[in-house]
Design a protein around this ligand. Structure first.
Ligand SMILES: NC(=O)c1ccc[n+]([C@@H]2O[C@H](COP(=O)([O-])OP(=O)(O)OC[C@H]3O[C@@H](n4cnc5c(N)ncnc54)[C@H](OP(=O)(O)O)[C@@H]3O)[C@@H](O)[C@H]2O)c1
Length: 231
């Protein structure tokens, strides 16, 4: 039985990762700004923490932490001429700086574990240029660079990987998935003819956290074929 930290484990992809780790018998420590959706899950605790607040997460933590996932993110979609400097800074803060703070805080406990693993999130829009994605793909591009740099810094002790999903139905993507018409139109753009579910992504995250012990510094494209196929 291992100990995992899931930042942003109360919704969407993070919640599905928490469910998967809990079902496998692990202890899961969830941090987010509000507690919700965790009732009835075994060995799951919640700590209120804002990744952008500048404070260290309060609480008592295990001396050894086997894995950390950072899930907070954003989908700021605007034509380039309407994006402001504040949009770029805000996307960078929540996607990159929050992840850096979380990793720095838990690094000593990660280093103390036997085969620790860190999982971050990018987006399909980094590899495949898409209109309106300039700000979010710039921030997630930084996450891909951070993934490879940290994987090198922390080898051979800690594996660091990131997952680049295409559209997944969650609270974050609610505006893009708010009707059957929108879901169908998005599904048709994917070679596998559907949009993603949180479980599609959580399966890879759980594998990276619990097994996959010879994978580090990778960007895993879990995107229904979106980034690599043209049918
Ligand atoms: N959904 C997609 O289509 C999609 C596509 C590509 C990439 N991604 C990436 O996948 C990751 C997960 O996305 P998701 O769709 O599962 O998101 P989500 O449903 O919005 O969940 C985000 C989680 O992060 C927490 N959170 C947000 N801001 C926080 C903060 N400042 N401090 C602490 N916790 C915070 C939220 O809880 P609280 O609100 O309670 O804090 C929630 O638990 C993100 O990095 C996203 O960019 C998603």
């Amino acid at each position: 039985m291992k100990d995992y930290i899931v930042i942003g484990g109360t919704s969407g992809i993070g919640l599905e990762i928490v469910r998967s780790l809990s079902a496998a018998g692990h202890h899961v420590h969830v941090l987010s700004r509000s507690q919700r959706n965790l009732d009835g899950l075994d060995r799951v605790s919640h700590t209120v923490w804002d990744a952008l607040g500048g404070e260290a997460p309060a609480g008592e933590w295990p001396a050894q932490i086997d894995g950390l996932v950072y899930c907070p993110g954003s989908i700021t979609l605007k034509p380039f001429h309407r994006l402001t400097g504040e949009d770029f800074i805000s996307d960078y803060q929540v996607n990159v700086i929050g992840a850096v703070r979380a990793i720095q805080y838990f690094l000593p406990a990660l280093k103390a574990a036997e085969l620790p693993s860190i999982v971050l999130f990018s987006t399909v829009a980094v590899k495949t240029g898409m209109p309106f994605h300039a700000s979010i793909s710039a921030a997630k591009g930084a996450i891909e660079g951070l993934t490879r740099s940290l994987a090198a810094d922390l080898a051979p002790r800690i594996r660091v990987n990131c997952i680049a999903p295409s559209l997944v139905q969650t609270e974050l993507s609610a505006r893009l998935t708010s009707s059957e018409e929108k879901i169908k139109a998005s599904a048709q753009r994917h070679p596998l003819a559907r949009i993603g579910t949180p479980a599609d992504i959580a399966a890879m995250a759980t594998l990276l956290l619990t097994e996959a012990q010879w994978i580090t510094g990778q960007v895993l494209h879990i995107d229904g074929g979106m980034s690599s196929l043209r049918l």
